[in-house]
Design a protein around this ligand. Structure first.
Ligand code: AVI
Length: 319
């Protein structure tokens, strides 16, 4: 294996920060919230994998289709022989569509889940034995760990899955600015962005018939119990997901069905019947509204690929 490091080597300090403080503070606010990242314990991550294959959840399969269909053209825009950095690489599955046409000199998958990332990178290395793979456990700010030997190459970032849309616009601009700094002066960003569409399609994607998204949402309470030595009872909450037209975003909440109390870190927190804990926001953009956001981060829109039903977009920006 060429660039692969041991799991210990790739665990950066970001993975060692205790997230419990943020979770506890969020649950003690008058408007309670659990940040979307707390959906992803082991069970939640596995469940999200199943959600991406649901008939109602069009995002993942439409993005895959666009990547497959346009991989040659994408490669023409991105150029060859670069350092290809994937933010939120997960199982390193999506990049497989692009590796042959792009022929990068090295691939740097970045993800906060160290163990899963390392395993995924190992699998990829088996199929692409000539590729230099350098996994980094952390986030896009962990650029100090980029492979020294390849630093002078043009840098292209992949940020797929419309994960950018889970951040409010101000935070999304900050992330895009960090990406811009990373790829400057001559790099590119290929990003997956979900589009505004008929509300009923959106409502179904986040309220699937099997109830997987509901389970995924309720699992945030289980994760909170694990992290805060808590006693949330999932049976006392309902999954609520709807499209907020004013804010142009899907919102997910957990709504308490009764007045009750929860213990977290030995502290008692009262919860009223009907009270909601906000757990996820998923903004929906037009090509123009996302380009305007990216431009605020210094990125220059170059090319967009959209499916026939105009459900989803892949957008390419230069620095
Ligand atoms: C990861 N992200 C783009 C998903 C979304 O559609 O906002 C998260 C999700 N959670 C439940 N369903 C989907």
């Amino acid at each position: 294996m060429q660039g692969m490091q041991s799991t210990e080597q790739i665990i950066s300090k970001e993975t060692l920060v205790d997230p419990s403080d943020e979770l506890f503070v969020g649950l003690n606010r008058p408007n309670k919230r659990i940040d979307q990242k707390f959906h992803y314990n082991e069970y939640g991550s596995a469940l999200f994998g199943k959600i991406t294959a649901l008939p109602e959840y069009y995002l993942t399969r439409t993005e895959s289709l666009l990547l497959q269909r346009h991989s040659e053209e994408i490669a023409q825009y991105m150029g060859a022989g670069q350092m290809l950095i994937e933010h939120g690489a997960g199982n390193c599955g999506k990049v497989r569509h692009l590796l042959a046409p792009l022929q990068p000199q090295c691939y740097v998958p970045i993800d906060i889940s160290a163990e899963f990332l390392f395993q995924s990178a190992c699998h990829l290395q088996q199929d692409f034995s000539e590729l230099y793979i350098h996994p980094i456990a952390g986030d896009i700010t962990t650029s100090s760990q980029l492979p020294e030997h390849y630093r002078k190459l043009k840098k292209c970032v992949l940020y797929l899955g419309s994960s950018i849309a889970n951040y409010p616009p101000e935070q999304a601009i900050t992330i895009l600015r960090q990406i811009h700094q990373l790829i400057a002066p001559s790099g590119g960003l290929l990003i997956g962005v979900d589009l505004q569409k008929d509300t009923s399609i959106l409502q179904q994607a986040y309220n699937d018939e099997q109830g997987l998204v509901a389970d995924f949402n309720l699992n945030a309470l289980q994760h909170a119990n694990e992290l805060l030595d808590g006693n949330f009872d999932q049976d006392l909450f309902d999954h609520v997901a709807f499209y907020n037209e004013d804010k142009q975003r899907i919102e997910m909440h957990l709504q308490s069905s009764v007045d009750h109390e929860v213990e977290l870190l030995g502290q008692t927190i009262p919860i009223r019947a009907g009270e909601r804990i906000q757990t996820l926001q998923s903004y929906k953009y037009t090509v123009e509204s996302f380009a305007a956001l990216a431009q605020q981060a210094g990125l220059i829109p170059v090319k967009q690929w959209i499916d026939e039903q105009q459900l989803y977009s892949l957008q390419y920006f230069s620095s």
